[in-house]
Design a protein around this ligand. Structure first.
Ligand SMILES: *Cc1c(COP(=O)(O)O)cnc(C)c1O
Length: 342
């Protein structure tokens, strides 16, 4: 069946794979790891995840490299982040070692779905944790289900590494000033759908959110962090209401490696008039270059890419990160976990 998949044309959708891996927390402890060949779960209709949004997730990718080896990118960072998300909404944190074991197991069991080197496709890994106890009163669950599912996804840039337009819309906030924005909580996505759909219908790829308290500074770009290049420096927002993106962290490290100065600080909206390049970064795209930022409330248009191409620093960082993921360049920071024997 995998031979029938057209790797380069896969979308960011869901393709069933052979197995997923599950573990339950009950009576104060995590149980045994279970391997399931069903993509259905059985849960109580009064589970806290369903009623009160006790749900968190992660997203990372595995790649078949130039040398034939399978690499999972920054597994440890994702393990740490889901622990932070769990603490943020009072769920039982998945121990780092259990997370690691289950992710590797899910990749290994579905090895035939890992796209070949050169296809531009990858195996997307989606760990998810749910509050499972039946209760109607609002308090944290005492039982949890942690699962790791995987699905092959195609190259993000099917028509080349081309910039898209994004927009600023003050009518909606995705998160509250000291709310759940710093954690990977499903509810944050629910809160962004209305604005996201509106932006798409107007021809924008995403909404560039401003800080929800003062609406003065850039926050993040829908489900991705925002970065810009200004006077040769990599700048990215410092904010309490954005998710610490592993991709952004990696790009900052690569930028410093290349001798590019990095600033993590407040970025006032007006400063968009002075930037030379911009991008949205996250696991799905690595970096998605921005052509133009339209402020729908003021009518101001910030033209970032004058020639319709991605800027040189964005392109260099994108290529470098991809090369590390694919084993084309040495992994000097130890970011990849090699899955042996598949
Ligand atoms: C997942 C996510 C990102 C990107 O994080 P990566 O670790 O780089 O994939 C950015 N912003 C939000 C809101 C996210 O949920």
């Amino acid at each position: 069946m995998d031979n029938e998949l057209n790797w380069s044309n896969l979308s960011f959708g869901y393709i069933p794979t052979d197995y997923n891996v599950r573990c339950r927390y009950a009576n104060g402890k995590w149980g045994e790891i279970e391997v399931s060949s069903s993509d259905i779960i059985n849960m109580h209709i009064a589970a806290t995840s369903l009623h009160y949004g006790q749900e968190i997730f992660e997203g990372m990718k595995a790649f078949r490299g130039a040398d034939g080896k399978v690499r999972i990118f920054r597994l440890e960072e994702n393990a740490k982040r889901i622990i932070s998300s769990a603490r943020g909404i009072v769920m039982e944190p998945v121990p780092e070692e259990l997370f690691r074991k289950m992710v590797i197991e899910a990749v290994r069991l579905n090895a035939r779905f890992i796209p070949p080197y050169g296809s531009g496709a990858s195996l997307y890994i989606r760990p998810i944790e749910l509050g499972m106890s039946a209760q109607i009163g609002v308090h944290p669950s005492s039982e949890y289900l942690f699962m790791v599912m995987v699905t092959p996804v195609g190259p993000y840039f099917k028509e080349g590494f081309k910039p898209t337009n994004i927009c600023i819309m003050r009518e909606f906030d995705r998160v509250a000033p000291k709310g759940t924005g710093r954690w990977k909580v499903g509810g944050n996505y629910a809160a962004s759908m209305e604005a996201g759909e509106r932006a798409h219908s107007l021809g924008y790829s995403a909404v560039l959110y401003l800080d929800p308290k003062e609406k003065k500074y850039i926050d993040e770009c829908g489900p991705a962090n925002f970065f810009a290049v200004k006077g040769g420096k990599y700048i990215t927002p410092a904010s309490e209401s954005i998710l610490p993106s592993v991709t952004n962290k990696s790009l900052m490290t690569l930028a410093r490696d290349m001798g590019i100065e990095v600033e993590e600080r407040h970025i006032p909206v007006e400063e968009l008039a002075e930037i030379d390049e911009a991008g949205a970064c996250g696991t799905a795209a690595v970096a998605s270059p921005v052509a133009e930022i339209d402020d729908l409330d003021t009518g101001k248009k910030y033209v970032v890419s004058r020639n319709g191409e991605a800027g040189p620093i964005t392109t260099a960082l994108y290529n470098k990160l991809r090369a590390v993921q694919l084993g084309e360049e040495p992994d000097v920071h130890g970011w990849n976990t090699i899955v042996e024997g598949i």
